[in-house]
Write a new protein. Structure first.
Length: 254
């Protein structure tokens, strides 16, 4: 019986958390058919994931009406709801504003060991983004590893959709921070950098339309060339995500 919970946590807003969970959900729905896939959007400030209708995303408000911070009791109710579902793959998009509060809840309630004791595989996702966001997102990764990881639980997404990421000229897996945290990292998923303006414009366009890769590829609202580019991007993204499940690109649907 497969029981897997995927939670994305990062203190920096706009770094690609929702995009990562979106891509993971698409991959799971198309390639992992052993159990149902459940998507949740608990982003308290911007429900991005729930805009994708075909993912059947459920929203859950962690902030009580009239309050400005998330409720620890609502966090408990939310995760109890997941446990009640039994088997399945659970993909949870968490906004930056909830990072500290949810991290505190998960640490205080020993979320990771508790879920593991219940038979769940726990994947703690976090995203590194370039430019001025890099230092803050690396700090978020460090905080996540220190606070929650009980082993190789962390999945690091290198979001290079708009610019390549280098830390002091090094790729992430060559850096001291990676070596320091390697014992907590399950895998690194690298979203490739594309120098082509057309590809960099294709992805925001389908995101704004609330379409999955497959929906956009089948849609005549996009040009033949755009759909061909999206096929390439989808295949490369899915190959990277497949590393989380120890699958080779040859086994992945394109």
């Amino acid at each position: 019986m497969t029981k897997e919970v995927n939670v994305v946590l990062q203190a920096k807003g706009g770094c690609g958390k929702s995009f990562a969970m979106n891509a993971l959900a698409q991959y799971a729905l198309e390639n992992l058919n052993d159990v149902p896939v459940y998507c949740f959007d608990v982003d308290t400030s911007n429900h991005t994931l729930s805009k994708f209708k075909s993912l059947n995303v459920q929203t859950f408000d962690l902030i009580p009406e009239g309050h400005t911070t998330i409720s620890q009791k609502r966090c408990e109710t939310f995760f109890e709801h997941i446990i009640e579902q039994g088997e399945g793959r659970f993909i949870i998009d968490v906004g930056a504003t909830a990072f500290q509060s949810l991290l505190a809840f998960m640490q205080e309630n020993q979320f990771v060991p508790t879920m593991k004791d219940l038979g769940y595989t726990v994947n703690l996702h976090t995203v590194l983004s370039p430019k001025q966001d890099l230092i803050q997102t690396v700090m978020g990764l460090d905080s996540l590893a220190f606070s929650l990881s009980t082993g190789k639980d962390i999945v690091v997404w290198i979001n290079q959709r708009n610019q390549e990421i280098r830390i002091n000229g090094l790729e992430f897996e060559e850096t001291d921070i990676y070596k320091k945290l390697e014992h907590t990292i399950k895998t690194v998923i690298t979203l490739p950098y594309y120098s082509s303006d057309t590809i960099r414009e294709d992805i925001p366009e389908i995101m704004a339309a609330g379409l999955t890769f497959s929906e956009a590829i089948e849609s005549e609202d996009f040009s033949v060339f755009s759909r061909n580019r999206l096929k390439k991007v989808k295949a490369e993204y899915f190959a990277e995500i497949g590393k989380l499940y120890s699958q080779t690109s040859e086994k992945i649907k394109k």
